[in-house]
Design a protein around this ligand. Sequence first.
Ligand SMILES: [Zn+2]
Length: 125
Amino acid sequence: MPETSDEFTLYDLRVEVIDCRGKMVCNHAIGDYFELSGENLSLPAGQTFPIYPLAALLTFLPAKQRKTHPNDWMTTDTDIACPDPHCGAIFRITRTGERVFRHRDVTAVPWKPVKPVEPVKVNES
Ligand SMILES: [Zn+2]
């Protein structure tokens, strides 16, 4: 059955420095965070966030915004280490809420109903 609405849901995310295993090298402290809602990233007033760990974290955020299977590691794994090998920071990605968007509000590509795709099993023996 094709979808009849162009609405879809994304999780709002919070990414927070929750631990330091060793020395904190980058300019982030435990408790620093940013939030992501749709395509919009926000920081608390007066707080900064270094671009190098941000670049590494960005690769995970679109997947964490979307519903994933309960068994998928993208669902269960929440902590990511700082990409600087000398920095001990640990970042936690938390889904803080759900927000409904409409296709027509976020893209110029015309929406049309699509049939759900049947899953293909891999590593089946
Ligand atoms: Zn770091």
